[in-house]
Design a binder for this molecule. Structure first.
Ligand SMILES: Nc1nc2c(c(=O)[nH]1)N[C@@H](CNc1ccc(C(=O)N[C@@H](CCC(=O)N[C@@H](CCC(=O)N[C@@H](CCC(=O)O)C(=O)O)C(=O)O)C(=O)O)cc1)CN2
Ligand code: MET
Ligand SMILES: [Zn+2]
Length: 761
């Protein structure tokens, strides 16, 4: 165990998927009916035990509890307070009900839709959006939560329960309008108060309440609700730490500092002036400074952090707590598992467990002086110098090619109308063309083949030929179903971002860098550590092969520059804008090669385009400016008769519709089903000029949509978008589904398209 200092340290939350994604495997086996609820519970318990152990080993004072979830913590919070829509039947806070909220269910032939998924602020984590109903009373059902707290207190009496704050919960919910949601605040606060009383009875001292919405541009009535709500949930004997993260408090400092709570946590990576916050804080409160970047995989430079902290410590003494900026949920678990990375990278990584060590070092350095951690500081500095010495870190050719992009206005040759005519002449598509978003089921066989190839149990030729078999199979099935525009199915890709990271210079890919994306699904973001460059074509051979199998157009499939950027772990010594242009230039070369190979339609996916948007409106314009430019740079050379598609999912488009139009993609496919096609309004209200394919069924749930479900959605879309510019497709890629679901779903989709085509022909 590390020596502990007198400074309190804590974390806001910790990864919950476990070592080697233990929880994922346990969940999926349980859902398949292959293992019991007890087996699942046992896995989860051991994941949590490891979390407590890691905190203890690193001398962290307060480990979190209640941050763990079997699926999602927002859905857990909904169940905790009985805020479940009537369509689900029972509101009981059980594991099965949690899974139903996330996965939906089929009762007597009727599909019960799951809750919608949305991006958690500007992260790649998706939460389940609670749906409120006016007549669904707040009813505390805390047994599951309290069991976790008991378990934690047994491991460490200083464990700190974590709750999503009532106002963040209501603000991020839907079902009722803003006023309707706010109207629930009083009753909800009473529910929280009941829960806090239960926690007090268990001997809890501090409770963490997360109100990250305080870092957004919040409407005035929501801001005003904080003071009365927090008065209502006060419980004598329980201390509350109100946490904010992902942004600075900006104009909300005074409000947050003066709420009737006992401590405030701020994100120091986003806050310029720590002393200004400390100054505003009443002198009975603690200030938890989120000094380590809770979303960065890079080992921290501790010395300047200590310099920032010193005056705050001098002012606050033991009222200063130290923490990472946000929950460590967004980081992989342990860099010690990365045994295959080159040393110059390995020595510079800090995943969740390493953050605990760094936190402890900071506490020691602050209370005992820099000298007490001199050895560690020197090691970190040497590791960083080694990284900076790598030739790939700074390539003059890459810089020369990309540093001028910022000053360009990359427009395609013809305007949309001209391009559309050229493309129609080339492809002769029917009205309401049908297509899919790119991926087809990533079956166990495909993944097992890839695993065998990586373990050298399969030769490159064998692997390639089994992927080609899969592509041929996928093309045949699409032709049989009668889709108009085909895809190759992405069988050869582990993930839409990691796959490109594996092929581009400047990237590294990890072994165990898994991060939860939603439910049991994880991603392994590649690491951008050097200048990005394409040394050879990445997708051309696969695309050419797929197109050779069919007379119909087969879309070339790429991930866009903005998405590759945001779904990677990015170097911290260069601006995101500069890195994004480097990726865009590599993609431009790829697109040119695809076009030259006769690929007539190329899809450049940008599902992270909205996610990259800064939380505060004042920061939007610069981001949108470079993000749009990067996309346009990638596709700028595409001839008029090459049709550029893009795809986005889980996004609110209203705010950024102009930027989406500015991308000037010939076709955009979007996710709309879980919002009942409401997301389409942004496009119709704005008179979006190019073609759109609103998703007409939700691919994230295992239910099979019927023609009766699909047809009204297409009719609704036809009211909003002229038939000449409407495409018919699912919400997103089909990789997470099984063939048994995919085939009848697409058949129903094509049947609806054919039926409505006749009406509009
Ligand atoms: N990066 C990223 N972010 C995204 C998305 C996305 O596709 N990519 N989609 C949106 C929704 N999020 C999603 C995130 C993950 C997955 C997903 O399916 N992830 C897979 C992992 C994908 C992967 O990297 N697969 C690898 C590793 C597969 C694996 O686990 N192999 C097993 C063997 C498995 C077997 O034999 O079946 C092993 O190594 O032990 C591969 O195919 O090669 C999972 O959790 O299961 C889907 C959607 C938003 N954000
Ligand atoms: C998260 S967006 C996914 C797009 C990708 N082309 C796919 O179909 O899987
Ligand atoms: Zn998608």
């Amino acid at each position: 165990m590390s020596t502990s200092s007198n400074i309190i340290t804590h974390t806001l939350g910790f990864p919950r998927i476990g070592e080697r994604r233990a929880l994922k495997w346990a969940l999926e086996s349980h859902w398949r009916g292959e293992s019991s609820a007890q087996a699942l519970q046992a896995t989860a318990k051991s994941v949590r035990a490891q979390t407590f152990h890691a905190h203890k080993e690193s001398g962290i004072t307060h480990p979190p509890v209640g941050d763990f979830s079997f699926y999602d913590h927002m859905a857990d919070t909904a169940l905790l307070f009985g805020q479940v829509p009537h369509r689900f039947g029972s509101t009981a806070n059980t594991l099965d009900n949690l899974f139903t909220l996330g996965r939906g269910k089929n009762v007597a032939g009727q599909n019960i839709a799951p809750l919608a998924m949305k991006k958690w602020f500007n992260s790649n984590y998706h939460y389940l959006v609670p749906e409120l109903e006016a007549d669904q009373p707040i009813a505390l059902d805390a047994a599951r939560y309290l069991d976790l707290v008991r378990e934690a207190l047994a491991a460490n009496p200083a464990a700190k329960p974590v709750l999503v704050g009532p106002l963040t919960f209501l603000y991020l919910s839907r079902g009722l309008d803003e006023a309707g949601r706010l109207a629930k605040a009083e009753a909800l606060a009473a529910g929280y108060q009941l829960l806090l009383n239960e926690l007090k009875a268990l001997g809890v001292a501090w409770v963490q309440i997360d109100e990250p919405i305080l870092t957004l541009d919040l409407p005035a009535d929501w801001l005003q609700a904080f003071e009365p709500t927090y008065h209502r949930l006060k419980v004598p004997g329980i201390k509350l730490l109100l946490t904010t993260y992902f942004g600075d408090l900006n104009g909300n400092v005074a409000l947050a500092a003066n709420l009737p709570v006992d401590g405030l946590h701020i994100d120091a990576t986003m806050t310029r002036d720590l002393i200004a916050v400390a100054d505003r804080l009443p002198d009975y409160k603690v200030l938890s400074v989120g000094i380590l970047d809770g979303r960065s995989i890079w080992r921290a430079d501790l010395a300047p952090m200590l310099q920032r902290l010193a005056p705050v410590y001098a002012r606050l003494k033991e009222r200063l707590w130290l923490a990472p900026s946000c929950s460590l949920l967004h980081l992989p678990l342990d860099a010690a598992f990365e045994t295959k990375l080159p040393e110059f990278l390995r020595n510079n990584l800090s995943y969740a467990r390493q953050k605990l060590t760094e936190l402890n070092l900071l506490a020691r350095g602050l209370s005992e002086g820099l000298d007490s951690i001199a050895l560690e500081l020197n090691q970190a500095a040497a590791a960083r110098a080694e990284l900076d010495r790598q030739p790939g870190r700074n390539s003059s050719t890459v810089r020369a090619k990309t540093e001028t992009i910022a000053a360009t206005e990359p427009n395609r040759r013809g305007a949309f109308a001209e391009r559309a005519a050229a493309q129609q002449a080339r492809f002769n598509l029917p009205l309401l063309p049908t297509t899919t978003i790119g991926s087809f089921p990533q079956t166990h066989e495909i993944r097992a083949a890839r695993k065998a190839f990586k373990n050298r149990e399969l030769s490159e030729e064998q692997y390639e030929s089994s992927m080609k078999d899969e592509i041929r199979h996928v093309i045949e099935i699409q032709e049989k179903i009668g889709l108009d525009v085909l895809v190759h199915g992405e069988a050869e890709r582990n993930d839409m971002v990691e796959y490109f990271g594996e092929q581009l210079d400047g990237f590294a890919f990890t072994q165990e860098g898994w991060v939860q994306s939603y439910g049991s699904r994880c991603v392994k973001p590649p690491i951008i550590w050097g200048d990005v460059q394409r040394s050879r074509p990445m997708t051309v051979a696969w695309a050419r092969y797929a197109q050779s199998l069919s007379q119909r157009p087969v879309k070339g499939m790429l991930t866009g520059p903005v998405t590759i950027l945001f779904w990677s772990f990015v170097r911290d010594d260069l601006s995101r804008e500069a890195v994004c242009y480097q990726i865009a230039e590599a993609l431009r070369q790829e697109i040119n090669d695809l076009a030259a190979a006769g690929i007539g339609m190329i899809q450049v996916d940008e599902p992270a385009f909205r996610e990259g948007l800064p939380l505060r409106r004042k920061d939007w314009a610069p981001y949108l400016n470079w993000a749009v430019r990067a996309f346009k740079h990638a596709v700028v050379d595409a001839p008029n008769d090459v049709q550029i598609h893009t795809h986005m999912c889980y996004s609110e488009f209203n705010d950024i519709i102009e930027a989406i139009a500015a991308l000037d993609a010939d076709v955009i496919t979007i996710e709309t089903t879980r919002s009942n096609m409401k997301l389409l309004d942004a496009f119709s209200d704005f008179h979006y000029p190019n073609a759109i394919g609103p998703g007409i069924y939700d691919i994230h749930a295992p239910q099979i949509p019927t023609m009766e479900e699909i047809e009204p959605r297409v009719r609704l879309a036809l009211e909003k978008i002229p038939a000449e510019r409407l495409w018919i497709n699912p919400d997103c890629g089909l990789k997470t589904r099984g063939w048994k679901e995919v085939i009848p779903s697409l058949e129903a989709m094509v049947a609806v398209a054919r039926k409505l085509r006749k009406e509009h022909g």
